[in-house]
Design a protein around this ligand. Structure first.
Ligand code: URA
Length: 237
C-alpha cells in the first residue's frame, strides 16, 4: 500500500464517521435541538471535509495506481481499464468491470454492451466524451466471473478517488453489482433502479446493466425511464 492509499482509506473511515454524525445531528434537530455554535474556521473545516481531501487529479490517481498488482487479477489482464471521458463530467457512469474487448483495448464499455450504452447516451443527447465512464474494478476477471471481495477491496479506493476528483452532479450505476457496491446494500437492482440514492452527497441513480438489456430487451422501457431521470438531474442547474 502506498502512503496515498493509506491516507485515502483513513479519509474513507473518517468521512463515514462525519456522515454518521451528520445523520445523528439531523435526528436531534428534528427533536428540537438548536445546534452548537461553530467558529467560522470550524464551519469551513467541516465544509472542506465534505468536499474530500485536497483536490487530486485523475492523472495523479492514475500515476498512484501504476502497474497495479494489488490483487490477483493483474495476472490475467492484457490492459488495465482506468476509466475514460471528460475529467470534469457532470455525469459519471459506473459499470462492473472490463470484459474481453475492454481488456484488449484498455477502455471501458467498448464491446457490445458498450455500443448499447453509447446509444442510450445519444438518446439523451450526450456523447461519450462528455461523460466519464468507469467500473468498480479495473482488471478483467477470468472468464468474466464476478469480482471477489478482495479484488473489490483493493480496487474501489481508486474509483472513490476518481469520483471525488471529478465531482459529478449525477452518477448512474449500471447494474446490480455497481449499484450494490457503491450503495453498500444487498437490495436487488429491480428495487434500487429508477430511484435516486446518495453516494457521498452525489445523486446516484441505478439502472439495469446494458449487457442485461441485450439479454432482456423487454427491460428497455425501464432503462429509458431511468435515463430520462438522469438527464433531468444532469440538466438541472
Ligand atoms: N461491462 C462492464 O460492466 N464494464 C465494461 O467496461 C464493459 C462491460
Amino acid at each position: 500500500m502506498t502512503d496515498q492509499t493509506i491516507n485515502h482509506a483513513l479519509y474513507d473511515d473518517f468521512s463515514e464517521i462525519v456522515r454518521d454524525l451528520r445523520g445523528y445531528l439531523q435526528y436531534v434537530k428534528r427533536l428540537g435541538f438548536k445546534g452548537v455554535a461553530l467558529s467560522e474556521e470550524s464551519a469551513n473545516t467541516f465544509e472542506q471535509l465534505d468536499k474530500g481531501p485536497a483536490v487530486e487529479t485523475l492523472e495523479m490517481i492514475r500515476k498512484d495506481l501504476g502497474d497495479c498488482r494489488r490483487c490477483k487479477l493483474h495476472k490475467g489482464r492484457k490492459h488495465m481499464v482506468f476509466g475514460d471521458g471528460n475529467p470534469r463530467a457532470r455525469l459519471v457512469l459506473v459499470g462492473e468491470g472490463p470484459g474481453y474487448e475492454e481488456d484488449l483495448q484498455g477502455l471501458p464499455f467498448v464491446g457490445p454492451a458498450g455500443q448499447l450504452l453509447t446509444k442510450i447516451l445519444a438518446a439523451i443527447h450526450l456523447r461519450r466524451d462528455e461523460v466519464y465512464i468507469c467500473n468498480i474494478i479495473k482488471c478483467r476477471p477470468p472468464g468474466n466471473r464476478n469480482p471477489e471481495p478482495d479484488e473489490i477491496g483493493a480496487c474501489i479506493p481508486f474509483l472513490r478517488r476518481q469520483i471525488r476528483a471529478i465531482r459529478p452532479k449525477v452518477i448512474c450505476a449500471l447494474g446490480a453489482f455497481a449499484a450494490q457496491t457503491l450503495l453498500k446494500t444487498n437490495t436487488p437492482i429491480s428495487q434500487l433502479r429508477g430511484n435516486f440514492h446518495t453516494y457521498e452527497n452525489i445523486s446516484l441513480l441505478p439502472t439495469y446493466h446494458p449487457a442485461f438489456l441485450l439479454r432482456n430487451p423487454a427491460k428497455k422501457r425501464d432503462v429509458w425511464e431511468d435515463i430520462q431521470k438522469v438527464q433531468a438531474a444532469y440538466e438541472k442547474v
